[in-house]
Design a protein. Sequence first.
Lengths: 138, 449
Amino acid sequence: LQLVSFTDERRGPSGFLIFAIPKPGKDLSKIRETIMTEIKDIATNGPTAEEMQKLHNQLLNDEVRARQSSLSRAQAIAEFALYDGDPALINSELDQLLKVTPAQIKEAVNKYLNTENRVLLDIVPAGKADKKPTTNGN
Amino acid sequence: LPENQPTPPDGETRSAGDFNMNKAVKLFVSAGLISTLGVGASAQKTMNEDFRKTAPAALAPKSFEIAKPFETTLPNNLKVVIFEDKRLPLVSYRLGFKSGDANDPKDSNGLTSAITALLNEGTKTRTSKQLAEEIERLGASVSASSTDDNTIVSASALSLYSSDVLRLMADVVLNPVFPESELALYKKNTIENIKYQRSQPAFLASEQIARTIYGTHPYGIVSASAADVERITREKLQAFHQKMFTPNNATLIVVGDVNRENILKEIRDAFGGWQKGTVEATKFDTPPVRTATTLTVVDRPGSLQSNIVLANLAIDRSNPDYFPVLVMNQILGAGASSRLFMNLREAKGYTYGAYSRFDTRRLAGNFETNAEVRTPVTGDSLKEFFYELNRVRNERASEKELRDAKSYLTEFSAPRRNAGRFDESARFAATLRFARPIICKRTAIKSTR
């Protein structure tokens, strides 16, 4: 199984997407159920202290690594200038991210990741349409 | 352009893009939109100003020096090389072994590769899951890989976690247990991957080339077979790990924001108790001597393209002709302004790309030119390949070609471009340690300028 989630960052309304690519023969409904359970878990309990530590280390690590080459620094500054009108944001983005609290994450998951209000797409090989779930199936 | 793209409130153009496009790509697309829509009329004007008509002259080359490393050897013969580099709060480790896939026992192809894949799938005190969680929690990375000549375990992290990641690295190097369940999963995935590889024309070509050029020398094997993988057992992995992963066969390279004395102490703590082994010099068969041109055809029904590879035995990495060969290859076919590309793609339109390369390894090396061409022009493409090979052999390169090739290799070479990147510096340092003394490389870069 390969699993990724990300926000589709835009100036207007953005989407939050989760992708799962199962290995052949895996039960799709079980994968969906696990994903929904994890979302509900964060919505109810928020992230754990250990998850926050992991998040902070990864944010720091990614940020420092992104500063290694002059090209990626220039690119980041250009993006802040173009999208946000303020190239100096490169100096404060990391602090903003590190300031986020577990309570804020819990609140955001409750607000935006309503599992009843989602679009679900199963993309299956042609001729295997019988594997398609019902629209309300988790 | 999608018609229904919402206009952002401030009226600026913004690409809808694909949802998986990263910011960089979005930026590029947005810039394109501005000029096509005529939004940036002033930008258009700027683009046409006189000063843009000629390329600016190149700046004078800047000197390029690799920081001097500190080198020492532990009592168990583990070589330690430390580059203190405080530019960023990062650390990278490379533990390199001077043995690789070529040293696999004759009846156990793929053993080294399996060891590297399973190294961080469980140790005496940590399960695969615990290792993954600890590494993730630190925002670190620990991995291992092998080539024909070398096996390298890599680890990197914020320098804040220098000790934690060093201890994790030492654990996977010294105490792997190769759990049965992980081995079973590895076998399954690897056999799937081998099946996939065999469906790829480039793999089939490289397999034939290696066999033809290297014969029974281990470089003649490009991949283990499914049967080889089936034969791997936990006992074989343990025994071979015990034999090859010895301190007297290894060099540990540290690059980053570390204090030399502190990190040395930690390295002694982590690796000092590692017992010496005996490194036997493996005897390899000699690659066959070639006296005539031979042709091998791999029939692959249904292919829309021919994958052409012309190859021969060439030089190993320590050959004194290494640098002249590098410059020659830049002229012949290393890049998109080299002769092969300009001829077969730009002038003739036979292919998306035609290249040549020298694969210089420790014990031997080979030369290859290749292109994937439309099937009907297979013969015509061969003609152009032979034309270019004869031309580079028989005629002197022009002064301009020589100058351009040298300036590309010295000013835009990978080590120079990546000098600011820690992982790259560490990798580069590791390559050099195994290839030839650093001082030699430095001199060469200067003298070819």
